[in-house]
Design a binder for this molecule. Sequence first.
Ligand code: ATP
Length: 468
Amino acid sequence: MADTVTEPRTDLIEKLVSLSKQRGFIFPSSEIYGGINAIYDFGPLGVRLRRNIKQSWYRRMVELRDDVEPIETSVIMNRNVWVASGHVATFSDPLVDCLGKCQKRWRADHLADLRVERGKPADAAGCPECGGRLTEARQFNLMFRTFLGPVADASAEVYLRPETAQGMFVNFTNVLNASRQRLPFGIAQQGKSFRNEISPGNFIFRSREFEQMEMEYFVRPGEQDRWFEYWCSDRMDWYVDDLGLRRANLRLRAHAEAELSHYATAASDVEYRFPFGWGELEGIASRTDFDLTQHQKTSGRDLSYFDQATNERFIPYVIEPAAGVDRILLTLMIDAYDEEEVRGEKRVVLRFHPDMAPFQVAVLPLSKKAELTEPARRLEHDLRRHFPTDYDETQAIGRRYRRQDEIGTPLAVTFDFDSLDDHAVTIRRRDDMTQVRVPIAELVPKIQEQLDIMRSAAARRAQGAVGP
Ligand code: ATP
């Protein structure tokens, strides 16, 4: 049974890598060519899970609010965007090379952790892998570079965005004028970002292509502390209430003064207790008027805000909650993963929140005979209009239940020979494997009822009550 606070399970990531491949959550990119380091593809179930995460964020951050506008900006932007934001000059990590046997490259500020991961003392000398001599650290810019147009010279050099945030800043006036929002208001976006990380790893936790969900919330100078507190608390609640992650495995870590960027007045990270230690899922920062001021200076355009009520003109301050889809997806799988023994056999279950699960219902005819599969198919097509629905007629029913448990489907509907006469089917619940018989005519409301029960159970589990 799932424990309330998971002790770090060091082999869990390996199990998830293999389950992800086998069941179709995550594949290494370009696998038939040997892959490409730290870049991943998402399979049929991974896509469904990602869409649920993104939709849940979009609903809470945009659909349910009247003060946040969505935007989608381009991956490649004018080079000056990244000059103004500071990324060209300072978006870099310190890199060292091994001069010994393995010749690997490392992030100088991660050496201690990398040694510990390999079972060595944190302060051991030399390369974490082979102990070889290391070069002096040098700064390595993390932005991917490419060329715009046919001529590959310096004037055509552009970058793949390393964050989505700058798209919101450079469109501040466009959105303000088009939407007629007044302060405080936000601009939100989801999209791919790219960082040429020096030491990626821990599966999809740190990859080179990933997806972000970011929001810039513009406020009157002086109101930033209140809004910073507001967003820290609202963001934390999303992970527990909407995603069903266990609060005991989450924490909000405030940055120490020395960790803050020079322009930020406060920053906190939402962190999750991964098997490899606490890791960031989202950064929330109070960034003053730094970004808009920088873009105003560099572009020469007026990015100020005019307050008609007070007749004042000023550059708004901004609070930024910036989250990563991929890390959240990994977290959902870790938090949901459970193993238990059932009648002498190991059962693997992903206990997803019912609104996160790739499928909410699976229709399983008891046998492959047409007299069962035809009506079962019809049922499946009906249910698809109400719930994300899967269908499986391939193996023995026990094995099909196990597969649905492993991919986290909350409910399995079994159509058996009795169904032909009594016009009823069995609903089996993932979490406790109990079954109820319900008339087909009432199936949709009955499934809805079962999902509601599971939502309540997920909420209790997330808040720390013992149980699955
Ligand atoms: P870290 O310190 O772990 O490198 P960061 O502080 O640089 O992260 P931000 O720039 O605040 O990250 O980005 C916001 C979010 O984007 C992160 O909280 C994370 O969820 C996600 N993210 C950032 N870099 C990566 C990456 N290389 N792979 C996957 N997700 C990432």
